[in-house]
Design a binder for this molecule. Structure first.
Ligand code: PHE
Length: 334
């Protein structure tokens, strides 16, 4: 009885344990051999039943042995099947960071380190935030200069032509000192070409505090150019006009494609324009409730596409929106 229980309850998890079982119940000196020998001492009338019982035990031991071998084989299979470390990995396609996103992130990183925050505003704007508060006179041709898309027939609502509108919103709601960057999509009714698009991205910056000067503007933009491109990048300011800044200046940097040797991107001049800048016009500060006798400020605005084109040597602005995978793939490591 007890031997039958022992056999039934047996389980093995490796070859050693299997061998121990074999020696005990199957091998030449197994426990059943002794039981068979014992038959001599059993009374005659019980010999038959005794013999049968021992034979059954022997069979039980044999079938159990086969089961144990089988169980060991499947458990060995199991331990290998979930992960096969010798298999080559399944290739997965990760997306890449869009070059405009990478450029915007780098832009923000550079300015956050010198105390700027990031502000955003609506793409559909009213006349006040896009023009009037920015000192565009009523019916002034500068409004047409911006090739504005108006919404339906309401001349008060338009797609913003620049993110200067966001700066107005910040100045209306916050008190100086203000240091803010306004990235975002802007819209102008222009024909699409390698150099222009009707939808593009701007990064505008604004600094308002006591005693902010043109020297601060220049030094900040020098710093930006060297961080965004490289330490040898040259910066030059050309006098210009914007209704919202006085004085105003266009910002040029040394051509990052030919590095001054002359190419069709810089039209053989060695310089490329990257944006506009200037000291915030006192009228603009007053329009936003900021005391212009106490505070001064500078502002600048750049096209993110233009910066990305110079940074990565991209010669056609349309590539940014075509989503050609062969183009996007190249920015995997940005
Ligand atoms: N808002 C101007 C533009 O879109 C750029 C600019 C910003 C110029 C700030 C001067 C100061 O063209």
């Amino acid at each position: 009885e007890t031997i039958a229980e022992e056999i039934k309850g047996y389980s093995v998890s490796n070859q050693e344990e299997l061998e121990a079982y074999r020696l005990r119940f199957i091998g030449r000196k197994n426990v059943l051999v002794d039981l068979f020998a014992e038959i001599r001492n059993v009374p005659n009338e019980e010999k038959k039943a005794y013999g049968q019982a021992v034979n059954e035990l022997k069979e039980l031991a044999q079938t159990k042995f086969q089961e144990l071998i089988a169980s060991l084989e499947t458990s060995e299979d199991d331990s290998e099947s979930p992960i096969d470390l010798t298999l080559p990995p399944v290739h997965s396609e990760f997306g890449s960071i869009h070059p405009l996103t990478a450029t915007r992130q780098r832009f923000i990183q550079i300015f956050e380190r010198i105390g700027f925050n990031v502000s955003e505003g609506p793409e559909i704007e009213d006349d006040w935030h896009n023009f009037t508060a920015l000192n565009f006179p009523e019916n002034h041709p500068a409004r047409e200069m911006q090739d504005t898309f108006f919404i339906e027939k309401n001349p008060d609502i338009a797609l913003r032509t620049h993110t200067s509108s966001v700066q107005i919103r910040v100045m209306e709601n916050e008190k100086p000192p203000i240091r803010t960057l306004s990235p975002g999509r802007v819209f102008r009714n222009e024909a699409i070409s390698a150099r222009a698009h009707c939808v593009f991205h701007q990064m505008e910056g604004l600094y308002v505090d006591e005693g902010v000067s043109f020297a601060d503007l220049k030094q900040t933009l020098y710093h930006f150019a060297k961080e965004m491109f490289d330490k040898d990048t040259q910066v030059r300011f050309r006098p210009s006009y914007f209704p919202f800044t006085e004085p105003s200046a266009e910002i040029d940097i040394s051509c990052q494609i030919c590095h001054g040797d002359g190419c069709n991107i810089c039209k053989y001049s060695g310089w490329v324009e990257i944006g506009g800048s200037g000291m915030v016009d006192p009228n603009v500060l007053e329009n936003c409730g900021i005391d212009s006798t106490k505070y001064t400020g500078f502002a600048f605005g750049m096209g993110i596409e233009r910066i990305a084109m110079l940074k990565y040597g991209i010669k056609d602005l349309r590539l940014f929106t075509e989503n050609d995978i062969r183009f996007l793939k190249q920015f995997n490591t940005v």
